[in-house]
Write a protein that binds this ligand. Structure first.
Ligand SMILES: O=P(O)(O)OC[C@H]1O[C@](O)(COP(=O)(O)O)[C@@H](O)[C@@H]1O
Ligand SMILES: [Mg+2]
Ligand SMILES: [Mg+2]
Length: 327
């Protein structure tokens, strides 16, 4: 049996990165325990505030954010954190060599209905050690990430982690409190017949995305010549986890529902970490055309359209977008 602690001590290259991963995953245990208690822990419902993005915060969004913030402030390697729930990045230890970004609670609309939620994290190098970190320090492309992953609080708690080019899956043993390695070198199938999208936004999508979904719905009677199946967890962690387990395509595409939001998902603490996991597992991650990991960020909370998963299917979507642009 290989535990996360054993793996990080014996196989991971960067001890500072390992230490920060340990801090995040320890907080994950606390969040997991709170979720198991559910309503009995008074963690459900609204917090009564909005975050910087104008979204109503749930109690658990705030709680998970505070737990991560407090724990990372104590970690000497962490120079600063940026979070979905914080207006600006918060400096931690000026001598730290790492910056940590997180979505403390992904899938907030699932909290109150006892469905899967998660925590997504990304670790970047900090270049200006000895100074207090600020927003600009975080504005690095996703290809600079040193490690990334998510905790999925589902029927069991799982950790998907990418570090040193490897993608690993761990399961939290509730008895021992250890994350136990269940899969090394996770790979995503290149082909799939399963896709995830919030179809209620159809009328707001661009023509190539509408065409793509029309083709999938036509199934064996259309140009694709085979049937496709829809799955939608309403938490990106859940949908990406399914893709790491059995392939698939996940998209939250560009839409015109709100002209101020060119996509729902956030680049720095949702799309980038998930893209690193998916690419390292042999899949693809794009904004429909461009590689997400090469996007140069301009804002820690910027949004981006996301199309990721099995690479032949992601390429199919990209080709449709390129063809439409050439018309
Ligand atoms: O409400 P919708 O349109 O189904 O959107 C669901 C998407 O929004 C998100 O919940 C956004 O994340 P947060 O819950 O962290 O804001 C994604 O995880 C998920 O894929
Ligand atoms: Mg999220
Ligand atoms: Mg969130």
């Amino acid at each position: 049996m290989t535990t996360l602690a054993h793996y990080l001590n014996n196989h991971a290259a960067n001890p500072a990165v390992s230490d920060v991963i340990t801090t995040i995953t320890e907080v994950g245990k606390t969040i997991s325990q709170l979720l198991r208690k559910g309503a009995l822990a008074d963690i459900l419902g609204e917090a009564g505030n909005q975050n910087v993005q104008g979204e109503d915060q749930k109690k658990l969004d705030v709680l998970a954010n505070d737990l991560l913030l407090d724990a990372l402030a104590e970690n000497k390697h962490c120079a600063g954190v940026a979070s979905e729930e914080l207006d600006n990045a918060t400096p931690a230890n000026a001598d730290g060599s790492l910056l940590v970004l997180f979505d403390p609670l992904d899938g907030s609309s699932n909290i109150d209905i006892n469905m899967a939620v998660g925590t997504i994290f990304s670790i970047l190098p900090y270049q200006r050690q000895g100074n207090e970190s600020e927003n600009a320090d975080f504005l690095q492309a996703g290809n600079q990430q040193l490690a990334a992953g998510y905790l999925l609080y589902g029927t069991s708690t799982m950790l998907a982690l990418t570090v040193d080019d490897n993608v690993l899956m761990f399961s939290l043993d509730p008895d021992s409190g250890d994350y136990v390695l269940i899969e090394d070198n996770v790979q995503v199938d290149a082909d799939t017949s399963e896709y995830a999208i919030n179809g209620s936004n159809y009328r707001y999508w661009r023509a190539p995305m509408q065409q793509y979904i029309d083709e999938l719905i036509a199934g064996k009677d259309g140009v694709r010549g085979r049937n496709f199946n829809t799955r939608w967890v309403a938490a990106m962690v859940g949908d990406v986890h399914r893709i790491l387990c059995r392939g698939g395509l996940f998209t939250y595409p560009f839409d015109t529902k709100d002209i101020n939001k060119p996509g729902k998902l956030r680049l720095m603490y949702e799309a980038n970490p998930m893209s690193l996991l998916i690419e390292r597992a042999g899949g693809s991650a794009t904004d429909a055309v461009n590689r997400i990991l090469d996007i140069e960020p301009t804002d820690i909370h910027q949004r981006v359209p996301v199309v990721l998963g099995s690479r032949n299917e992601v390429n199919y979507v990209k080709d449709l977008h390129v063809q439409h642009a050439a018309k």
